[in-house]
Ligand binder design. Structure first.
Ligand SMILES: Nc1ncnc2c1ncn2[C@@H]1O[C@H](COP(=O)(O)OP(=O)(O)OP(=O)(O)O)[C@@H](O)[C@H]1O
Length: 281
């Protein structure tokens, strides 16, 4: 994997030294988790990478100067009166996007983040997980190459965690480089390719988490003569074919997409005949 970001000899002092001479390479397409005790400097490191905070010494260099970095803070701002769609539109306009570019981009993001049906609802009424998604969509308006996430799952309930985890997994599969601070072991094991642990003002250790085996789901379904065009809109289908008189549908889908896909099939009047888990080799 090619190096995307090179961090060299980074030192940050506020009133006291947070870390010193910290060096790190971030590879293209990797998911890098940053762990460490409270106050070890995880958020500070992300903010320096995002260009929000200046290091006291040291450099952060993107190997490709056109690399776009999106940053999502732990907490979404309070008192936003806009709807999700309006908010993203205004943020995009401030960053210089045209109205038509934004409309397409925002529709696609709302769909990818499973918030299409919430587009006209006020963000003030959103749950923490939904606000976290809006923050991520805001960071991805630019089609960023790197996404920096500060505690993306903190304070979310189990459903919201699973939903966000499957979105992160898909973004990573699409080639996005993701750096995230995290206390959640499940997210570390499922998403992170590598983990660094901050402590004693430095990178104390680094490891590759034990991966759970990934699996696909094979679905066999009776189409009941339904039109299947709606399947074109669904992410996560690895392959599909119709057999018999066209009434038997065989699909291979990603695990992260299987629940959503099954629900959609049933909603379209298609009956599930069998499900089989298949481990990735
Ligand atoms: N703007 C600031 N001014 C002064 N001190 C700061 C500032 N931002 C962070 N700090 C201090 O720097 C240290 C590291 O903070 P940081 O938020 O990076 O840690 P963290 O590892 O992310 O912690 P947590 O797990 O609690 O989120 C803390 O002692 C914090 O109080």
């Amino acid at each position: 994997m090619a190096t995307l970001i090179e961090v060299q000899e980074l030192t940050k002092t506020y009133f006291t030294r947070i870390f010193s001479n910290l060096s790190l390479s971030v590879n293209e397409g990797e998911a890098l988790a940053i762990r460490g005790d409270n106050g070890s400097g995880k958020s500070t490191l992300l903010k320096i990478l995002a260009g929000i905070t200046k290091p006291t010494h040291g450099t952060v260099k993107c190997m490709n100067p056109d690399t776009m970095i999106g940053y999502v803070p732990e907490n979404f701002p309070y008192n936003i009166r806009f709807t999700a769609e309006q908010y993203l539109y205004h943020m995009g306009r401030i960053r210089g996007f045209s109205g038509s570019t934004l409309q397409n981009r925002i529709s696609s993001l709302l769909y990818q983040f499973h918030l299409g049906d919430q587009r006209t609802n006020a963000i003030g009424t959103f749950s923490k997980g939904m606000k976290q998604k809006v923050g991520m969509m805001q960071a991805l308006l630019e089609e960023s190459d790197v996404l920096l996430l500060d505690e993306p799952l903190s304070g979310l309930d189990l459903d919201a965690r699973n939903d966000l985890e499957s979105i992160l997994y898909r973004l990573k599969s699409d080639g996005l480089t993701i750096l995230f601070t995290c206390h959640d072991k499940k997210l570390l094991n499922n998403i992170a390719d590598r983990v660094i642990v901050l402590g004693n003002q430095r990178i104390q250790s680094e490891y590759v988490p034990a991966k759970k085996s990934r699996f696909h789901v094979k679905i066999e379904a009776d189409t009941n003569d339904q039109n299947l065009d709606f399947l074109d809109e669904i992410d996560g289908i690895i392959s599909k074919k119709q057999t018999g008189n066209g009434d038997l549908l065989l699909m291979d889908v990603e695990r992260s997409a299987s629940d959503r896909l099954l629900l959609t099939l049933i909603q379209h009047g298609i009956s599930i005949q069998s499900l089989r888990r298949e481990d990735e080799k």
